[in-house]
Design a protein around this ligand. Structure first.
Ligand SMILES: [Fe+2]
Ligand SMILES: [Fe+2]
Length: 278
């Protein structure tokens, strides 16, 4: 018997009860939702967890976010990259840390895929109006967090689903909902900003989104493009007519796509190193 939507919701709820979600994540979400929070509050939270601080520094120092100088500490990272961007990064990284990554090949590849989509979403914010790179990055990073939920909930069932055209049908049969639904429920249950749930829920069906359509488009296109650039089993960037329509809508020319692919190629070794090196 396959699992049901209720099983998935209960599993997500259980993540809180079992304290699988670290206390730190709750605090970071709280700080991010608090309009009066200062850079100093964020600094204290990030440096409280040395592993998180190290990751934030690594990303800040990489060319991924377009900063080429040397960022030596979190204060500098906040100064150079901006409060909003570091907030997104800390939030995304903390969610990632709450779920398995090292030690399980599939989970590592899932995070590499998620990071590639985050990277491409922020690159696409240049050509998609009314989107911010930091916001695109975070939505991209968490776009497939529902698959991480499935992975954690029932590894065997998760591994049984594949990333072909029938992926959603397979997920419905195995879990009673899609990874897009599960991801949106997770971020909602974590108390993350509501706007973040929208791109997660509609990243495979952008035309169904009623709000944040540009942000949804950036994430959907980024996911579709990663599949064109990276053939990996964990990559679920299934290209549909919706993606062609988005390219047309935003007048994204083939040369631009080639240039975007080159940027990803340059960044890829660094992205892979982030999740595989000790
Ligand atoms: Fe997906
Ligand atoms: Fe994906």
């Amino acid at each position: 018997m396959g699992k049901t939507e209720t099983d998935v919701k209960n599993y997500i709820k259980g993540l809180h009860d079992l304290s699988t979600i670290p206390v730190l994540l709750g605090k970071i979400v709280g700080t991010c939702n608090d309009e009066n929070a200062t850079a100093e509050d964020l600094y204290k939270l990030i440096t409280f967890d040395p592993a998180l601080a190290e990751r934030v520094l690594r990303v800040s120092n990489s060319a991924l976010l377009g900063h080429s100088g040397q960022v030596k500490d979190i204060h500098q990272a906040i100064m150079f990259l901006g409060f909003e961007r570091i907030k997104s990064l800390a939030l995304g990284m903390t969610v990632m840390n709450a779920f398995p990554s090292r030690g399980a090949i599939t989970a590592v590849n899932l995070w590499v895929h998620s990071y590639e989509v985050a990277f491409l979403s922020s690159v696409l914010s240049d050509v998609i109006p009314l989107t911010l790179p930091g916001e695109c990055f975070l939505a991209g990073l968490l776009h497939d967090v529902g698959r991480i939920v499935f992975f954690g909930m029932d590894n065997a069932r998760f591994l049984f689903t594949d990333t072909t055209e029938t992926m959603f049908d397979q997920e419905m049969a195995a879990f009673g909902c899609t990874h897009a639904d599960a991801g949106a429920w997770l971020v909602e249950s974590l108390g993350m900003p509501k706007e973040l749930g929208v791109p997660i829920k509609y990243h495979h069906l952008p035309s169904a989104a009623k709000e944040s359509r540009n942000l949804v488009a950036a994430v959907a296109l980024a996911e579709g493009l990663t599949r064109k650039f990276t053939a990996r089993a964990e990559n679920d960037g299934i290209w549909t007519a919706e993606h062609d329509a988005l390219l047309k809508q935003y007048s994204i020319a083939p040369e631009e796509i080639t240039a975007i692919g080159e940027k990803l190629n340059e960044a890829r070794p660094e992205i892979e190193a982030m999740f595989t090196s000790p």
